[in-house]
Design a protein around this ligand. Structure first.
Ligand code: PEP
Ligand code: MG
Length: 593
């Protein structure tokens, strides 16, 4: 039966593929295809993990103290029975043999199937056995992680097999750091039940440049393993088991999008200059050094935001040391071949937890209000040794290219003072240790209304400012950016938001300081003309968005746009006013052709 699920569009385009349901707690499991010649050894890996777990359970049973409750032994019996049950072992081998999934993926796929069967059971006792299967699978996954290394998934045969049926991932939630691993994955689209348009999961999905829908509420419950699914990333619609006509229509759109993409690709080396000769800097947002390649290929003239926190996340307690960070920053700097790289100090907290606790746990059990808690610079200042380590690593990278430092979430003058003291101390330590570094520009993120309202203070201390519109909208409107329940109220067009942005740009320019936007608004073509009209000349976005924004800039007449700005800013309905004022067919667009 065909049906639709509605969510929030976060990453444009159309994906068509078979659904792969993954439990949120298992999205960190590796997903890749193996070659046909590797099937046998992959099944062997699974068997050997099963033997290891059987031994573990046997040992546990043998060493059980005499006074242990009898239920414990019975439980181990159940686990042993499940371990050898054909619904787990044979069916998992089937995924490997027929689909060429790697063993971990096959195991989680089969767990999903079993979990659903358990959920549907009438008998409460049997329903609760789901937890036992999960525990057995957990043991198997751990055994495989300790076992012989994983086969090379990059052989051409494996890649070819992956081309058979495209796959889309369906999960209740994916933590942003887990999303990162999908940069090199087999999935051509994503659907999650939770999340807002500028949640970090959505941001990373967007950076993958594949269609995605978040906040689709019941999607992971309604969609079944292997269902054919269309993801309309422009409209935020998921069509499950589409009819042939609908499918054909979406395939047609897919081809059109591909053609448009190719056309835009030709703008790569065209400088971003408006019709009236205003040069605009188009920078890239990256999450890891490897993303610098995509930035260069997209024609970025530098990195405007390196979200360094992704290096700190999912590390089971340990944090990256100075040398590890230095290597990563240097890699990004070198990859950008002389172009500037803006490294933001660690911005963990809220929907970017340090460890792998799931988003829902984070939301409900930990900080009462994590977006307003000990996050970003607040956390850095509370961990001075960690902060100085990061500052030293960034400074050391400056010896290899043009580095700029960006500090997130500043609000208080005292935080500004402490930040500069920490920078001063880090420099002194490097000087004492004879480590080379260059003087670097230091900038502040403007992402809390309080910072925007006292901007002159910031401009006195910093070399440049960068508007973090994602958080600025969240804090101005009191809307959790990651909460799909209030996503309809998360409105970048709210007049208060626009006024804060316009003021920040105008004041920074008046004081001769650099100002850019690195929130998602910068890469959204609905805002390109408006931001140009406000005087913005530096935009930082995902590499995949650069070409489309550049096209709008090439067609814009900045002077004419400025004339229309007061109408938009004075409007109660800026979205529609803006659409009219800057629309195709308006004199500005006519000039642009
Ligand atoms: C922002 O808040 O706009 C921003 C760029 O930072 P992040 O999305 O990482 O919070
Ligand atoms: Mg932010």
């Amino acid at each position: 039966m065909s049906f639709q699920v509605f969510g929030l569009p976060v990453s444009r385009g159309v994906a068509i593929g078979r659904a792969v349901l993954v439990a949120s707690s298992r999205v960190d499991v590796a997903h890749y295809f193996i070659a046909g010649t590797q099937v046998r050894s992959e099944i062997e890996r699974l068997r050997s993990a099963r033997d290891t777990v059987a031994n573990e359970l046997g040992t546990l049973q043998r060493d059980m103290p005499g006074d242990a409750p009898p239920e414990l032994s019975a439980l181990l019996d159940v686990h042993l029975m499940l371990l050898h049950d054909e619904t787990l072992s044979d069916a998992t081998a089937h995924w490997i043999r027929e689909r060429h999934y790697n063993a971990e993926w096959a195991l989680s796929a089969q767990l999903e199937v079993l979990a659903r069967q358990f959920d549907e059971m009438e008998d409460e006792y049997l329903r609760e056995r789901k937890a036992d299967v999960e525990q057995v699978v957990e043991r198997l996954l751990r055994a495989m992680a300790r076992g012989p290394s994983i086969v090379d998934a990059t052989t051409s045969e494996a890649r070819d097999f992956g081309g058979a049926d495209p796959l889309v991932l369906v999960a209740n939630d994916i933590a942003p750091a887990d999303m990162l691993q999908f940069k090199r994955s087999v999935f051509t689209g994503f659907i999650t039940d939770v999340g807002g348009k500028t949640s970090h999961t959505a941001i990373v999905a967007r950076s993958l440049d594949i269609p995605a829908v978040v906040g689709a509420r019941e999607a992971s419950r309604l969609i079944r393993q292997d269902d054919w699914v269309v993801i309309d990333g422009d409209a935020g619609i998921v069509v499950v088991n589409p009819s042939p006509i609908v499918l054909e229509e979406y395939r047609f759109r897919q081809r059109q999008i591909e053609l448009e993409r190719e056309r835009l690709g030709r703008l790569r080396y065209t400088p971003a200059v408006t019709l009236d000769g205003e040069s605009v800097e188009l920078l890239a947002n990256i999450e890891q050094p490897a993303d610098a390649r995509a930035a260069i290929e997209a024609g970025a003239v530098g990195v405007g935001l390196f979200r360094s926190e992704f290096m700190f996340m999912n590390r089971a307690g340990d944090l990256p040391g100075e040398d590890e960070q230095f290597e990563a920053y240097r890699a990004a700097v070198m990859a950008m071949e002389g172009r500037p790289v803006t490294i933001r100090t660690v911005d963990v907290g809220a929907d970017k937890p340090l460890d792998r606790m799931s988003m829902s746990e984070l939301r409900h059990e930990h900080a009462l209000n994590p977006a307003m808690g000990l996050r970003a610079i607040r956390w850095s200042l509370s961990e001075p040794a960690m902060f100085r380590q990061q500052l030293r690593a960034v400074l050391r990278a400056s010896a290899f290219g043009k580095v700029r430092l960006l500090v997130p979430m500043l609000v208080h003058v005292s935080e500004i003072r402490l930040t500069f003291e920490a920078i001063g101390r880090a420099k002194q330590q490097l000087t004492d240790a004879n480590r080379p570094f260059n003087e670097i520009e230091v900038g502040a993120m403007i992402e809390v209304p309080a910072a925007a309202l006292i901007l002159p203070v910031f401009l006195r201390h910093f070399d440049f400012v960068s508007l973090g519109t994602n958080d600025l909208i969240q804090y101005t409107l009191a809307i959790d950016r990651a909460d799909e329940a209030v996503a309809h109220l998360y409105d970048p067009w709210h007049p208060a938001v626009l006024q804060l942005i316009a003021r920040t740009i105008a004041q920074a320019r008046a004081m001769g300081k650099g100002v850019s936007v690195c929130g998602e608004m910068a890469g959204d073509t609905d805002f390109t003309e408006l931001l140009l009209a406000m005087g913005l000349r530096s935009f930082s976005m995902h590499p995949s968005q650069i070409a489309a924004v550049k096209q709008r800039i090439l067609r814009a007449d900045a002077r004419r746009l400025v004339d229309r700005l007061p109408v938009v800013l004075g409007s109660e309905e800026p979205a529609s006013t803006c659409a009219r004022a800057f629309a195709v067919g308006s004199p500005a667009a006519a000039v642009a052709g």
